[in-house]
Ligand binder design. Structure first.
Ligand SMILES: *[C@@H]1O[C@H](CO)[C@@H](O)[C@H](O)[C@H]1NC(C)=O
Length: 338
């Protein structure tokens, strides 16, 4: 299945100058461990391993009633230093399964030009097309999840959750909903685009999903309208995560039955359980200002820091288990699909 989406900076440059502005920035890795304050709050040792980026107020429990994220964070791994959001990208941890059944975590790498520690991710916030009305930035307490780790049917996966098999670091075409079937010479990029329409009221429903929706027709890129149930346009939040699969590209290491060898940390061999989580935590109205100013890539209105400074921001791994050796099972004992 091949999907075509215009999301790259190069792609955007093809539009009329000034037609679309966006924030695009690097966030290095804060920690990789089994914590998930959205789905299993307070539990140290959530079912599967995630990569976390963002502010250092990340902890097992992030109850919005008792934690003000921008105040609680003293540093962030993102280059826009006003951004103390915590994002954690549950799609972000990939394992290679060897012929002998053992697992090895696939390393990550940053986009070209972003020397983010241990890969991290590239984050985009894109407002609506200029001249087509304003976008409403997320409010304090806003959280959302896109995708679902239990999905195993392509029809259940939104078209905005995809993989790109990188022929080189700049490949941006040929997106698929499932894992690439052949070795990818420059690694596998995971693309997570969140819904862009909000009900205007609910900050974080119990399912973390029903308050947001994709456009009712067309796409975000074509400025499709929001459904009546979710009338408020919000910025398009988009994560790119690159897995450096090149150490595992030798086909003699791949399963003898011709299938591909990568598995998500939650045991999914199809890739269709791709998902991402977002916890809003920008300071004050910094994100709204950035969206209103239509700054493009660089945003002088925002406080920023160097990638190297962002790399200094970390939190201790409080789960403290081996996630990097040759493992006989996935961390947490996650069963792998048959
Ligand atoms: C399993 O295979 C991997 C990759 O070939 C190898 O590095 C590892 O040592 C093997 N483990 C065992 C227990 O044979």
């Amino acid at each position: 299945m091949q999907l075509q989406l215009q999301h790259t900076v190069a792609g955007l440059a093809l539009l009329a100058p000034g037609a679309l502005a966006l924030l695009r920035f690097s966030c290095s890795q804060l920690v990789v461990e089994r914590l998930d304050p959205l789905v299993t709050p307070g539990v140290t040792g959530s079912p599967h391993v995630h990569q976390i980026i963002g502010g250092n107020s990340f902890r097992p429990s992030m109850d919005p009633g008792s934690l003000d994220i921008p105040t609680a964070s003293t540093c962030t791994t993102c280059t826009f230093a006003d951004d103390f959001s915590n994002y954690w990208e549950q799609t972000a941890i990939l394992y290679f399964q060897a012929r002998n059944g053992t697992f090895k975590r696939v390393p990550q790498k940053p986009n070209v030009g972003f020397e983010a520690a241990k890969g991290g991710m590239t984050v985009y916030y894109t407002p609506v097309l200029s001249g087509q009305g304003k976008v409403t930035a997320f409010k304090p307490g806003f959280r959302m999840i896109v995708g679902n780790p239990v999905n195993r049917a392509a029809s259940d996966v939104p078209r905005q959750l995809t993989f790109t098999c990188l022929k080189d670091p700049y490949t941006r075409d040929g997106e698929t909903k499932d894992f690439p079937k052949q070795p990818c010479p420059a690694g596998i990029m995971v693309n997570v685009r969140f819904p862009t329409c909000w009900d205007g009221v609910t900050l974080d429903p119990p399912d973390h999903q029903s308050h947001v929706a994709y456009p009712s027709s067309g796409t975000f890129e074509s400025n499709g309208p929001c459904p009546a149930s979710h009338p408020v346009k919000i910025p398009q939040l988009f994560y790119e995560v690159i897995f450096d699969t090149t150490p595992f590209n030798d086909k003699s290491l791949w399963p003898a039955d011709g299938s591909q060898p990568f598995v998500w940390s939650f045991g999914d061999k199809s890739g269709l359980g791709n998902h991402g989580d977002y916890v809003f935590g920008w300071k004050g109205d910094a994100l709204q200002k950035a969206m209103d100013s239509n700054c493009n890539i660089n945003c002088p209105a925002l406080k920023s820091q160097s990638i190297q400074q962002g790399n200094q921001c970390t939190v201790p791994d409080i789960v403290g288990e081996d996630i990097d050796g040759w493992l006989t099972e996935l961390p947490g004992g996650m069963p792998v699909d048959k």
